[in-house]
Design a protein around this ligand. Structure first.
Ligand code: GLY
Ligand code: MN
Ligand code: MN
Length: 427
């Protein structure tokens, strides 16, 4: 749980970063139509949520800064019995005034008039450039006289890089539910089942443990399907002697988890699967061991490429001198993505990897990132020994950077060959 005082602290910290005589506006997400009059499940805008903890749609948070003083104003939907009968209770202005530590609260119907008033004598406007909401159009209409426009998302995304202890607790809770889901599918008898049946088991565990949903569409990819990086159709049978790559993580109270495990359908890794798996796991452990404050993500990337390339040469998948192979980017065919990404309210937290001067941001205590080395070998790759063709393996954990080094938040999820095989065979 995150206290109201923590949201206020975040707003105060953002307010300090705004220039004099400015207005900053953050909008809630819009409701999206799925078809005709049915809607997609609503999820709040991540930056709006980070600053308010408020889950209702049609709400806005405004900062008005003049002569060094900042006023925070929240706009919320008005109470409306008729609409609430269909869509559920709204908080309303009065309760919002009691609950939120903001200076003023108004009904959302007043937003347009109020924005016009706030913007009248200001010089800068901050809003999220990536949004194309109708409200953004109103903002632009009222702010024609301004000298500068700034992207508020850039600032808030950066604030989100360092997680507080309450945020880390929520991430850990998301990971703990995800752990139950991965262990559940490991323990199932799989031959004869379909990929989507494992997906259903995973999502059942998520929902029945209080998670809002998946943090991203689960990938359940058997055999060669694992070589499609964003495979989400999950519609093929689980075939004996193949591996299944399962990339699945839940979202709990607006915090993500992002875990991949690769497990054998039959309960036992074949020799070639074992050789590749052990190589990748060894790389993952070596990269995690490097993580500490002041380390650069690019160092982790470089090292992972070197180690994976060396492993590929040792297994006879690539031939030649590792340095040359890396220079020619030959390893990219088998390891085409990054070693990991920031994670938090979004599974791919949008925080930057470089600062304003283009200098790389160093790892710091309180950051959370994934570490996910992988090798993908297409079934028709003629340059690779046949025994490795059609194998795709990724191993992904969620890592918290600590004062001394790091903590693997998902270390409880079975990962070594022994652990996985004993799960598969003794549950
Ligand atoms: N689940 C998406 C990713 O691993 O980045
Ligand atoms: Mn990831
Ligand atoms: Mn993932």
């Amino acid at each position: 749980m995150i206290e109201e005082t923590e949201y206020k602290k975040r707003r105060d910290s953002l307010a300090k970063k705004l220039s004099a005589n400015s207005v900053a506006v953050l909008f809630s997400s819009e409701v999206k139509t799925r078809s005709n009059d049915t809607e997609y499940p609503y999820r709040q805008n991540s930056n709006f949520y980070y600053l308010t903890g408020f889950k209702e749609d049609d709400s806005s948070l405004v900062f008005v800064k003049s002569k060094g003083k900042v006023k925070t104003i929240l706009f919320v939907q008005e109470k409306d019995e008729k609409v609430e009968l269909w869509n559920g209770k709204r908080l309303g202005e009065e309760k919002a005034k009691e609950q939120f530590l903001v200076d003023e609260v108004y009904a959302s119907s007043k937003l347009s008039t109020k924005l016009k008033e706030f913007l009248l004598d200001k010089q800068s406007l901050y809003y999220d450039f990536s949004l194309d909401y109708s409200k953004v159009k109103i903002l632009k209409r009222y702010s024609k006289q301004l000298f500068s426009y700034n992207n508020i998302a850039t600032i808030v995304n950066k604030m989100r890089l360092i997680k507080s202890s309450s945020e880390i607790n929520l991430i850990q809770q998301a990971i703990d539910i995800t752990q139950l889901a991965h262990h559940k599918v490991m323990s199932l008898k799989k031959p004869g089942k379909m990929e989507y049946q494992l997906q259903a088991e995973i999502e059942y565990v998520f929902k029945s443990n209080g998670a809002y949903s998946d943090a991203y569409t689960s990938i359940v990819a058997c055999g060669n399907s694992a070589n499609t990086l964003h495979y989400i159709s999950n519609d093929k049978p689980l075939l004996e002697n193949e591996l299944i790559l399962i990339d699945a993580g839940c979202e709990y109270e607006y915090y993500a988890s992002d875990i991949t495990r690769t497990i054998p359908v039959s309960g036992k890794f074949t020799e070639p699967q074992k050789e590749l798996y052990e190589m990748i796991l060894d790389v993952q452990l070596q990269i995690i061991a490097m993580i500490a404050p002041h380390v650069k993500r690019s160092e982790l990337q470089k090292k992972s490429e070197e180690l994976l390339c060396k492993g590929l040469v040792e297994l006879g998948i690539l031939q030649g001198d590792c340095k040359k192979l890396i220079k020619q980017k030959k390893h990219k065919k088998y390891y085409p993505h990054g070693i990991g990404h920031w994670m938090g309210i979004d599974v791919h937290d949008e925080a930057p990897y470089k600062d304003e001067k283009g200098k790389e941001i160093l790892l710091q205590e309180g950051m959370v990132m994934t570490i996910e080395p992988a090798i993908y070998i297409d079934k028709d790759d003629e340059n690779v020994p046949q025994k490795y063709c059609g194998i795709g393996i990724r191993i992904e954990d969620d890592i918290l950077i600590t004062k001394e080094g790091c903590q693997n938040l998902s270390k409880g999820i079975a990962k070594s060959i022994d652990e996985i095989e004993s799960f598969l065979n003794h549950q």
